[in-house]
Design a protein around this ligand. Structure first.
Ligand code: CO8
Length: 257
């Protein structure tokens, strides 16, 4: 089925997904979320793709869940809807996903950016959790991921009092990886993804898995997962190739196994 709310592109080894509901500030409804997750899942199993970028446009990354479609929902309808649960599908993506954010990343849009592995922000990016202004709270990880990223003090202000962060503040608080001019933010994100895609593929997946483990476990469990993944890499050809290439002072040729 052709997508109606996203645009996808292959840029060499990078799979690019652009949210495309400009008339609604890229508000997230069940269709756009389903298409986004499907596209990421297709790229995830595509051997020609090593990393992905999720972007909006210069003015808006995504202005959150679609308020117009959600306004009349009952508690039961929200519980039964696959909407928020489908958001979780991004956690199963194994390859790195970079959010390229310009303009507003609000509510579910901020949560989507934070669900990615890295964020490249344009100078015009603004991050916020304005749900309190419409009588709710974040429902797709905003209270958890935001607090882990920026700390309790800033997260409380954002969630309880609609404080939005400029790109520079988000950088200072450790929410984003880099802040670049609007003209280049998408290209910078694609180049970063491309660079990662050129690295040892099995080790890239292991690195992502190990870093993400920190959000789900005690230090003891996390260290043990990391060690296990580290040991397993010694059964890959790429580990031998990488280390031999270093010793032989040449560039490694990765096989992805
Ligand atoms: N939902 C539906 N429509 C929206 C949304 C939205 N979140 N945001 C903007 N739009 C629509 C506007 O209604 C408007 O439509 P129309 O032209 O028909 O009136 C159009 O987009 C353009 O918007 P504005 O005229 O408001 O544009 P501005 O440039 O003046 O303002 C803002 C841009 C600041 C982004 C503003 O639109 C705004 O504040 N939007 C709402 C932001 C918000 O409150 N987001 C939180 C939503 S709740 C949420 O995300 C909960 C997450 C729970 C889990 C999510 C899982 C995915």
């Amino acid at each position: 089925m052709p997508y109606t709310s996203i645009l996808i592109e292959n840029r060499d080894r990078v799979g690019l997904v652009r949210l495309n509901r400009p008339e609604a500030m890229n508000a997230l409804n069940p269709t756009i979320l389903r298409e986004l997750m499907e596209a990421l899942e297709v790229f995830d199993v595509d051997e020609s793709i090593g990393a992905m970028v999720v972007a909006g446009n210069e003015k808006v990354f995504a202005a959150g869940a679609d308020i117009k479609e959600m306004a009349e929902a009952s508690e039961e309808q929200m519980r039964q809807s696959s909407f928020i649960n489908s958001f979780d599908r991004i956690r199963k993506i194994q390859k790195p996903v970079i959010a390229a954010v310009s303009g507003w990343a609000l509510g579910g849009g901020c949560e989507l950016a934070m669900s990615c592995d890295m964020i490249v922000a344009s100078e015009k990016a603004r991050f916020g959790q304005p749900e309190i202004t419409i009588g709710v709270i974040p429902g797709a990880g905003g209270t958890q991921r935001l607090t882990l990223a920026v700390g309790k003090a800033v997260a409380m202000e954002m969630v309880l009092n609609n404080r939005a962060l400029s790109a520079q503040e988000a950088f200072q608080f450790g929410l984003v990886n880099r802040v670049v001019p609007v003209e280049s933010y998408l290209q910078v994100a694609i180049s970063l993804a491309d660079e990662i895609a050129s690295r040892a593929p099995v080790a890239v997946l292991a690195g992502k898995e190990a870093v993400n483990k920190v959000f789900e476990s005690s230090l003891t469990d996390g260290l043990s997962t990391e060690k296990e993944l580290f040991y397993r890499l010694f059964s890959t050809e790429d580990q031998k190739e990488g280390m031999h290439a270093f010793i032989e002072k040449r560039k490694p040729i990765w096989k992805g196994k």
